[in-house]
Design a protein around this ligand. Structure first.
Ligand code: FMN
Length: 380
């Protein structure tokens, strides 16, 4: 009997030869549960093991590339070679279950809580405080980075790529989304520089593109086997001034020239439409897929819970679908579809299921204490 969800289960091969067993990707999700010293914790490893049997590819929580970029309490690091054994443990645990393991790397920039970075020295493209709060509730006024410091952070991204290779990951995802440092350089809100790193849109792209070049050259130098390099971005910002959809389309044109293995659009809702910048009533995902989908594979994401949600999304032509919250709610999501049991998929979190679902304490507390973030089963 044919499976109506087969388009989600077909394998997928990237241009560099790496194959995924299906089209489902676990979205990167911070879990606040790493050790104080930046190493990955036991509970975190178990959480990934529980979710790595089904998806073709698992993207880890974002990990900081420099000590000045730690953006969350309980985040793990890629900032020095001492982290390699811990990174290796994570990569091996994911791969052993059958998924490809991708390390997401970032620098938090002005979204870093001051108490998490050396001397409370929060840095960004320019000295502009964020309109949103850091995970610990502050809105720090950052210090503008010097040219030399910018180059040093770019090198840190390259070093993190080398460590990811040495640790056995199958690839790295550069986190250029969700308002962190890379996006802060692209954003006219946070980047008010007038040197080579800011000013025109071309200059605002200089930092993201330099990070990509550095990571790609580290991969060329150190990888002995095919290694994926992806890039994640957010299509628009709510701030004024802020990134608009037309600016994002110019960025994706440049990304498509960089021979990335994929680009990953960060959205909470796959079907959300542009806020401003283009006269197009289609979803942001469809617009981006049309713009660059023939040049670079696009990963779509956002509020996909049921198998039908995912099927509808993949029918837009986007080759890979990432799933975040739903894989916390139901770690057997892919297996249920494979086994013809899609109707048994849980789409609401059960409040008493933390241990059954293997979710670390800090992540579970964050979910339960943030109303409206996850769909939660009522009447329990
Ligand atoms: C608990 C949690 C942590 C997240 N952490 C990250 C992160 O570290 N990096 C990132 O790029 N996106 C992060 N996101 C965003 C998700 O990757 C995803 O884009 C978003 O949740 C929408 O997808 P979903 O509806 O399938 O959850 C996080 C989301 C959640 C729910």
């Amino acid at each position: 009997m044919t499976n109506q969800y087969q388009p989600l289960l077909d394998d997928f091969t990237f241009d560099n030869g790496i194959s995924l067993k299906n089209r489902v990707v676990m979205a990167p999700m911070t879990n606040f549960s790493s050790n104080e010293d930046g190493t990955v914790s036991e509970s975190e490893v178990n959480y990934y093991i529980r979710r790595s049997k089904g998806a073709g590819m698992v993207i880890t929580a974002c990990a900081y590339v420099s000590p000045s970029g730690k953006g969350f309490p309980g985040e793990f690091g890629t900032h020095n070679d001492e982290m390699i054994p811990s990174l290796r443990r994570l990569a091996e645990s994911i791969k052993k279950e059958g998924a490809k393991a991708i390390l997401q790397v970032f620098h938090g920039g002005r979204m870093c809580p001051p108490e998490l970075v050396p001397e409370g020295d929060v840095v960004s493209a320019s000295a502009v405080a964020p309109e949103q709060q850091t995970p610990t509730g502050e809105q720090p006024l950052p210090r503008e980075l010097t040219d030399e410091e910018i180059q040093s952070i770019i090198r840190d991204f390259g070093e993190s790529a080398r460590r990811a290779i040495e640790a056995g990951f199958d690839g790295i995802e550069i986190h250029g989304a969700n308002g962190y440092l890379i996006q802060q350089f692209f954003s006219p809100h946070s980047n008010q520089r007038t040197d080579r790193w800011g000013g025109t849109i071309k200059e605002r792209m200089a930092f993201p593109l330099a990070v990509i070049d550095e990571v790609k050259s580290a991969v060329k130098k150190h990888a002995k086997e095919p290694f994926l390099v992806g890039y994640r971005f957010s299509p628009e910002e709510p701030e004024t001034p802020g990134i608009t959809m037309d600016e994002t389309l110019l960025l994706v044109d440049e990304l498509a020239k960089k021979q990335l293995d994929y680009v990953h659009v960060s959205l909470m809702d796959f079907w959300s439409v542009p806020r401003r910048g283009v006269n197009d009533t289609r979803s942001r995902m469809e617009i981006i897929q049309e713009r660059v989908g023939s040049k670079v594979p696009v990963i779509g994401v956002g509020s996909i819970y049921s198998a039908d949600d995912a099927l509808k999304a993949i029918k837009t032509g986007v080759p890979l679908i990432a799933i975040g919250r739903e894989l916390i709610i139901d770690p057997d999501w892919v297996q249920k579809i494979e086994e013809g049991r899609a109707s048994e998929i849980q789409t609401k979190l059960k409040k008493d299921a933390q241990h059954e679902l293997v979710v670390p304490d800090a992540l579970w507390q964050a979910i339960i204490n943030t109303p409206g973030w996850f769909p939660i089963e009522e009447n329990q």
